[in-house]
Design a protein. Sequence first.
Length: 499
Amino acid sequence: MPSAESTRASVHATDPVLPTKEDAVAANGSELIGGPIGRRALLGTSWWTPVRIVALVAIGVFALGLVQKAPCYDGAWFFGASSQYTHACYSDIPHLYQGRGFADGLVPYFDKLPGDMQYLEYPVLTGVFMEVASWLTPGSGTIQHQEQWYWMVNAGMLMVCAAVIAVCVTRTHARRPWDGLLVAVAPAFALTATINWDLLAVALTAAAMLMWSRSRPLAFGVLLGLATAAKLYPVFLLGPLFLLCWRAGKWRDFGKALGGSVVAWLVVNLPVMLFAFDGWSKFYTFSQERGVDFGSFWLIMAQKSSNPLSTETVNLFAMLLVLLCCVGIAVLALTAPRRPRFAQLAFLIVAAFIVTNKVYSPQYVLWLIPLAALARPKWRDFLIWQACEVAYFLGIWMYLAYTTSGEAHKGLPTDGYHWAIGLHLLGTLYLCAVVVRDILMPERDVVRRAGDDDPSGGVLDGAEDVFAFGSAAHPPRHAAHLATPQVEWGSRDPADGPA
């Protein structure tokens, strides 16, 4: 492992990193607002701090996403099956107001629903979010009027989640606040924010990441447990955290995080489990019973095959694939020349789950956007990936327009939709590839090139390795003579406090 004799002196830079000075794409893009920041600029002396600017930009771009849904709000959700697809403005929210019993005052998980879906198929905390929004929705007027109100109420609540996400990402990397703009201006964020209720889990996960970066593992655990009570994917972050704490010997901090997660998840779920188990378990049984669906490579295989795989077989293969990815990430975490940053492994594990899953709804991109901004804050790579996701967003709606327009066949045929799926997969895999490259070649990591070790790592930031495999256990001496700034693990002066 690195030692004082085999590494360069640590870099304890405190000046903020300015993307317009470090990133060519950011510098060129800044020409729209006057060009890169000058050397005489007075930073931190105005009300317009990076956090406030990023939050306001996030709210403004979110509002543009609401405008994009205007054709559906004015009628496409209610008249004509394919119109909401041709305008690319579909949302689950107004349809499920009546479809999941909120219009009739039914209690989620406890009251059975009419139709094929007997209970609400969402995790408990998301169900609570949906129920609260229904309480704020006027019960008078036509059902169309109520559904419009329900969508607007949810949009307002989700806008708060969007602002929380932007602020948390901005503050997670203390020296890189402007990386939050990646989240704030992400086009796929604005387009998908109000399709479903995923932003609740994303906001709680972003807040958890912020708490971990501040060396508050218990608060991290509580927030991650709440996020898992709203959506399943946040629980995957415990895997990378376990590996990194293992490598750094931070078992007590991991124990606090794990304990907080379990307790918070149980506090939300246990009352419903005890008194409405059938309703509570619907989310999990539905996930297992659901067949191959939109956005996955499994769908391409099924539509191309004359004898498609059964749902049970796909479940098994998908589980094996994600486990294989987990093993690969574990090997990477324990053998990389420098301990990977937490955000890097968090992005990889969630991306692995998304790519191997049997369904990819367009709003799932929201899970990755904050993690991508922390894992690879490079505008070029981020925008390449976003372009692929926007293409998929348009592709799925045009495909649904094609399948619902009858003989008119307006939209994208099946083969075209397969290309859109492939573009989404390639974009995600591309971003995964550059993150893996950064882990294997830390000198290519833009965060570490600026002199930081793991600013989102909390207790892991600057910590010395106590366990590693392969070359990580015996780093070459020439690794200490890189031209870029290096951070020496385990050497930070305790008086400096957490990074």
